[in-house]
Design a protein around this ligand. Structure first.
Ligand code: TYD
Ligand code: MG
Length: 458
């Protein structure tokens, strides 16, 4: 029997099935299977005569090519210290977040150091020029092209620019495949061709990928394992600043972030993000607490705010922005079970100021302090920062890079720090350190219980 030349590919997760069905068994999403040509039938068209490959040892001397520093510091740091020749970087993000703007700025500044091409499949050349004028980079020597054909692109890049930006992978297609641009197989095949070219000729290729609503168009997730570096460009709508976050990097650390602000002249670097994420209020507010966090290699101070209000609902609301809601439930449970502070029938709102998303468990103590302050209706000391992980028994556990956090806090004028009790004593000159072994100590310190009784008549 002849082998089938088509199969059904889930546009959300990339799983393949021989038959169509309404629901993908791989990721349980509905209506995401699309018929596409199999990779086998695609590969049959290329005739390759097998040759013997040559093996070499690991300590063979190879001269590493120097990294190219673009000059946009935030971008360079997230890439792990500049662009590596022959590497492929994927920049993902929601549509409209500013990927094209960022990369046009990167192209403009890079073109002053080496030859750089910006290939757009989404916008017409005039649109890109208009944007360039707005970003005041029209006079740079970026080589602009608009096409969606991978074959054409590779032919033009041969012996051409050292850095190429492809905007976006969802608009690109290879001839050999029958599927429409944007489907999983086109996205994969196009990326595969680009990656092969980059490795062979030492060209740095930056690929833009949209993260779209599940299932509609293949997202960059199907590409993550193929490329060297994956960066996500994030930001809240309504906020001006954007965060470039590295989630995978074969040539540098991950979890590094770069902070930018979107202005009318494009993206501006923010060198001191701590100042941005702290609110500038000078009044004593309850429920506001400063967390000394670490993003990648850089310490970052963030304000965490909470509000506990009487609820009119049968099931009180637990609303979280910028933090994990499961973790909030855990902290509330620990406060109730280990410290005797109950907020059962009240709504709890928690917000990380400025639209940042925190994933560190080190923020537990800051969240607890913020909740305690709201519960007791008493503001926290204004010059204090908090960090520490909280266990289910209410113990406060030491976390990593405590000194770096303290130094950043000191630099920004904080005088007190509530930190986990650890065997290794810490010292930062002129800072009062209050070490805590259990959450109860913090509640006692803030006198939460008596104040709470007064406030709620408990
Ligand atoms: P864009 O780079 O087109 O987003 P993406 O490529 O990720 O889809 O960014 C579009 C948004 O950026 C748009 O809403 C307008 C805004 N913007 C500015 O605020 N200032 C600027 O100078 C530019 C060029 C764009
Ligand atoms: Mg764009």
């Amino acid at each position: 029997m002849a082998k089938p030349t088509t199969h059904f590919v889930c546009q959300a997760c990339g799983s393949c099935f021989p038959k169509w069905s309404g629901k993908c068994d791989g990721c349980n999403s509905w209506n995401t299977l699309v018929e596409e040509a199999t990779v086998d039938s695609f590969q049959k068209k290329t005739t390759h005569k097998a040759q013997k490959i040559e093996f070499s040892s690991l300590d063979d001397v190879s001269t590493p090519l120097p990294r190219l520093l673009t000059g946009i510091e935030e971008f360079d740091r997230v890439c792990g210290g500049g662009l590596v020749p022959g590497s492929v970087i994927l920049v993902g993000g929601d549509p409209g977040i500013g990927k094209s703007t960022l990369l046009l700025q990167v192209a403009a500044i890079t073109s002053g150091k080496t030859s750089c091409a910006y290939i757009s499949g989404e916008e017409a050349a005039d649109q890109v020029r208009l944007r360039a004028r707005r970003l005041q980079v029209s006079s740079t020597s970026v080589q602009l092209a608009t096409t969606t054909h991978i074959g054409d692109i590779l032919k033009s890049l041969h012996h051409g620019p050292q850095v190429a930006i492809i905007d976006s992978i969802q608009t690109m297609y290879v001839d050999a495949l029958d599927a429409a641009p944007g489907t999983v197989s086109q996205v994969r095949a196009s990326a595969h061709e680009l990656i092969r070219f980059a490795k062979k000729y030492g060209v740095t290729i930056i690929i833009v990928g949209h993260v779209t609503k599940e299932g509609v168009i293949a997202g960059p997730r199907v590409l993550e394992h193929m490329v060297d570096t994956v960066l996500y460009f994030e930001g809240e709508r309504g906020h001006h600043f954007r965060i470039l976050r590295s989630v995978k990097n074969r040539f540098g650390p991950t979890d590094e972030i770069g902070v930018f602000e979107m202005t009318d002249k494009g993206l501006q670097e923010v060198h001191n993000p701590s100042a941005l994420f702290l609110s500038h209020s000078h009044e004593d507010v309850t429920g506001s607490c400063v967390f000394a966090g670490i993003e990648g290699t850089r310490p970052l101070l963030v304000e965490i705010q909470s509000l506990i209000a009487p609820s009119s609902l049968a099931t009180p609301r637990r609303s979280v922005v910028g933090w994990d809601s499961g973790r909030l439930s855990m902290i509330l449970a620990v406060l109730e079970a280990r410290c005797g502070l109950v907020c059962g029938s009240r709504d709890v709102f928690l917000n990380v100021a400025g639209g940042l998303r925190i994933t560190e468990p080190a923020a537990d103590l800051a969240v607890a302090a913020s909740l305690l302050s709201s519960l007791a209706d008493a503001p926290l000391p204004k010059d204090a920062v908090f960090f520490g992980e909280i266990g289910l028994s209410g113990e406060v556990r030491p976390i990593s890079q405590q000194e770096a956090r303290l130094k950043e806090a000191y630099k920004l004028g904080f005088k007190t720090a509530f930190i986990p009790k650890s065997s290794k004593p810490l010292s930062v000159a002129e800072m009062t350190l209050i070490s805590l072994a259990h959450l109860v100590e913090l509640a006692n310190y803030l006198e939460a219980k008596p104040k709470m009784r007064k406030a709620y008549g408990g």
